[in-house]
Write a protein that binds this ligand. Sequence first.
Ligand SMILES: *[C@@H]1O[C@H](CO)[C@@H](O)[C@H](O)[C@H]1NC(C)=O
Ligand SMILES: *[C@@H]1O[C@H](CO)[C@@H](O)[C@H](O)[C@H]1NC(C)=O
Ligand SMILES: *[C@@H]1O[C@H](CO)[C@@H](O)[C@H](O)[C@H]1NC(C)=O
Ligand SMILES: *[C@@H]1O[C@H](CO)[C@@H](O)[C@H](O)[C@H]1NC(C)=O
Ligand SMILES: *[C@@H]1O[C@H](CO)[C@@H](O)[C@H](O)[C@H]1NC(C)=O
Length: 449
Amino acid sequence: MRRSMGTFFSQTLCLLCLGSLIPGIMAGFLETRTGYLTEPAAYRLEAETMVTAERLSSAVASSFALFDTSSILPALDSGTQGAGSDVILRRIVTRTIIPETGDSVEVTGLLAVPVSANSTVPVVSWQHGTILSFDQVPSNMVKLSDPNYTLTDDADSLETLFNIQRFAANGFAVIAADYIGKGPLRNGRGEAYVVKGATTQTCLDVLNAGLTALKNLDLTPTKLFLHGWSQGALNTQWLHQALRSGGVAIEATAVASPFSDLDQAWRYWSGKVIFPLPEGLSSYAALAPWIAPCMIVALGSYELYYDLPGLLATAVRPQYRELAERYWNDYNISAIHPSDAPNSTNLLVDSFWKGYTNDQISALQRQLISNTAINWDYDSPIRFYYGLADAAIHPAMVTRTLAAGGRFTEGIHVANGSHRATFLAGLYGDQTSLDGHDNVLSWFQSKLL
Ligand SMILES: *[C@@H]1O[C@H](CO)[C@@H](O)[C@H](O)[C@H]1NC(C)=O
Ligand SMILES: *[C@@H]1O[C@H](CO)[C@@H](O)[C@H](O)[C@H]1NC(C)=O
Ligand SMILES: *[C@@H]1O[C@H](CO)[C@@H](O)[C@H](O)[C@H]1NC(C)=O
Ligand SMILES: *[C@@H]1O[C@H](CO)[C@@H](O)[C@H](O)[C@H]1NC(C)=O
Ligand SMILES: *[C@@H]1O[C@H](CO)[C@@H](O)[C@H](O)[C@H]1NC(C)=O
């Protein structure tokens, strides 16, 4: 049962009470928001639960191998990599107006606060990666309120678990948006996968609600850090750019397994561009079978949010149309027999990259081009952790982003790093796995000194 709104309002509602938050962060933040919002934001907190440091570390230990798919890391060392403190988890509920459609929707996210936090707290905004299901969102970590609940790869957001165990259990508050079309308030709404405005606005609004909530919990947010993986790496770059456009100070940003230019990524996934082998390698990872489902979800999302009726049906080869439309509606991969499944190189109609097919496909391609994140001169440190065995991202895609991104960018390659192992190494690796660099936690901690 949800508590009545009246009760919530008296306890937690806050009408853009941002003036009292750190001026450096909030003044600019308001500027960014005014263009989007027509009514004051409110939030409420739900499902508060405390998770012990031991439970977090034990959950990470049992999930570690699922992400270290290329076996590049030693097992979790509970002595040096254990959670430092217990963490309080809460679901945040706030409202977003989707820029592409004007719809006003309730969105959810996770607020994780170290029990040890006292008067001030640095903040990590965590952007999760692609989820091919409706409910493996960060805020579902509150399921841990059941002492017997075990997080699993099929039902939960293990990537969020790793972030909580690393950051929230070591002094940082973590704020993480559940993206539109995901999570407990989805209400049948389609996902806005890699849709720039909807995604960026959701991340901004959940971040803003989280910062406001911290203040109301008597914790003043101090330095702001951003972290994202895969799709969340793109979202993190969009968020970074929106925050900096609004004058918000960002202490440091780290992204793992990033794709930053959707047009280039789609060409690579479709087999239309082939990059030379990275120096020193004699082969490169074949494209992953899960890319095609991601492209289907992107087509469905762009059809819906950019108002391109018929896009999904006409962009996909006739033999895959029914399957693609069904998948976009139910995300049920087990309903697709592997022998009938499209892959990323045979999903799209032949004419897709050859010339004009129809207005919807042309509009999609313009949108993929204009939603790039690479056209940005970073003025605050940003690290790109990328794998040399990533089945979705070629290193050449990342080095191009670094080359265009300016002096504050830094690329850190992960030898033999798969898509998942690169992310895990970014959080738990050391100089050995990270080409002589430190991991994201150590790097963020060094910025607190
Ligand atoms: C919080 O920090 C203040 C100042 O350092 C200290 O006096 C106080 O005991 C701390 N409170 C807790 C609960 O740790
Ligand atoms: C957890 O499991 C134990 C042992 O199976 C059981 O006794 C207990 O009632 C369960 N607790 C909850 C909250 O379900
Ligand atoms: C996709 O399947 C086709 C066969 O239909 C095959 O030729 C191609 O190599 C596959 N591409 C990938 C990336 O697996
Ligand atoms: C997914 O598809 C499989 C195979 O058709 C079916 O058994 C299962 O019930 C479906 N799952 C859902 C959630 O619809
Ligand atoms: C990493 O990959 C290289 C080939 O690229 C291989 O020689 C080496 O054994 C691998 N290392 C590990 C730890 O798997």
